[in-house]
Design a protein around this ligand. Structure first.
Ligand code: SF4
Length: 383
């Protein structure tokens, strides 16, 4: 089936394994394993599940040296699948992971944490050398929840400016290094920010293929609607050479991300667009798509329970964020009215960036209800 969306951009083509992204090639749908990478059998099964559903690229998250033997074996059992690795906050494992994947993603906002004596330029140069030596592509993956501090300082109060300039700066570094085999993503959980950031970047760098994503879109159907709002606008303008739909789903349904991605592309190509004028005016639940960092499999169930529990607050403009791990959870919940991030046995509950406390997976729900009632009472008193 021809799934190519209308494209009036003229990006370069980037070779990723056997695939080409950009350069007028069909838009590639990709997805990510939510299994623990050290669980080889589960991760191999999920990579096949995603590829069988039509994922052109399957991403796997890696954090530490301990996962390197696993990725070697996963590669051996997924020949024929184009694999990308997400280096998350540990870019230093890139050289040991590289022989087993086709692409590496680094986050410009996560380079400053480690090897503080080195400059960002030195770190990027090393990543590019690793990619060159191993015949890999790179994704520069910028995320609103983890913007490099230097760019937040340079663009105070202008988060959009900070992420676009951060991405453009890393493109400049690639240019200086003579490396062209890269794509860029600029993600946020708000569809309008995704639209604005990607439009600005596309104008700035019309040559660079873009990977589209609405991060932490959450549970279906709202997560699908949020994603469609952004993707429809951008794809219809020819912006987006590869897409990933991020939904909070149990592992056995993870391939639905890929099915939804293809459906959006088909609909845009056929001129079918959704209309949801009231969407986004009331309660907003954001939740991450989970990945290998989730330490308690009850995360997805918890996100579903939060959705059911908060249905009575549907008309209030309140954001609740539910995140799967303690690495990104604390930062990614800072902007939410109420935030929950999951640890191995407890869930941390926050109000904006203030900690309320940590609770068991059962006890956190009644406490969330108390905090939600308080917020609603405050909103009602203010009106
Ligand atoms: S918040 Fe944590 S568990 Fe969720 S997708 Fe991000 S890194 Fe993975």
């Amino acid at each position: 089936m021809d799934r190519q969306a209308a494209s009036n951009r003229n990006t370069r083509a980037v070779q990723i394994g056997a695939l080409k992204v950009g350069g007028g090639n069909p838009v590639v749908v990709q997805s990510m394993c939510a299994t623990r990478t050290i669980d080889i059998d589960q991760t191999v099964a999920q990579a096949h599940q995603l590829a069988d559903a039509g994922a052109g690229i399957v991403r796997i998250a890696m954090d530490s040296d301990k996962e390197i033997p696993a990725i070697k074996e996963i590669r051996a059992q997924t020949k024929g699948i184009t694999l990308s690795v997400d280096l998350q906050e540990n870019y230093r494992i890139a050289d040991r992971v590289a022989p087993y994947v086709d692409k590496i993603r680094y986050n410009p906002g996560h380079l400053h944490h480690i090897e503080k004596s080195k400059t960002i330029e030195q770190k990027v140069k090393w990543i590019v050398e690793v990619a060159r030596e191993n015949n890999l592509a790179i994704r520069i993956g910028v995320n609103c929840g983890s913007v490099a501090p230097a760019f937040l300082e340079r663009y105070p109060g202008d988060q959009l400016g900070a992420i676009v300039e951060s991405a453009a700066y890393h493109c400049d570094l690639m240019d200086e290094l003579g490396f062209t085999r890269f794509v860029v993503s600029l993600k946020d959980s708000e569809p309008q920010k995704v639209i604005d950031a990607n439009r600005r970047f596309a104008e700035r760098r019309p040559d660079v293929p873009i990977h589209l994503g609405v991060t932490e879109a959450g549970l279906p159907p709202d997560g699908i609607i949020k994603t469609r709002i952004a993707f429809e606008k951008l794809l219809a303008q020819g912006i987006g050479e590869t897409i990933r739909v991020s939904l909070t789903l149990p592992n056995e349904r993870k391939h639905e991300e890929v099915v939804v991605g293809h459906k959006i592309i088909d609909d845009v190509r056929s001129g079918r667009f959704i209309s949801v004028p009231e969407f986004g005016k009331g309660l907003n639940i954001i939740s991450c798509p989970s990945c290998s960092r989730v330490e308690n499999e009850r995360f997805v169930e918890l996100a579903q329970q939060v959705k059911v529990l908060s249905e009575y607050a549907a008309k209030y403009r309140i954001t609740i964020a539910v995140m799967g791990c303690r690495v990104n959870g604390p930062g990614e919940t800072d902007d939410a009215d109420l935030g929950l991030w999951c640890g191995p046995t407890t869930v941390n509950l926050k109000k904006k960036d203030k900690k309320i406390g940590f609770f068991t997976y059962d006890d956190v729900l009644p406490r969330l209800k108390i905090e939600l009632d308080k917020l609603i009472a405050l909103r009602a008193a203010a009106n």
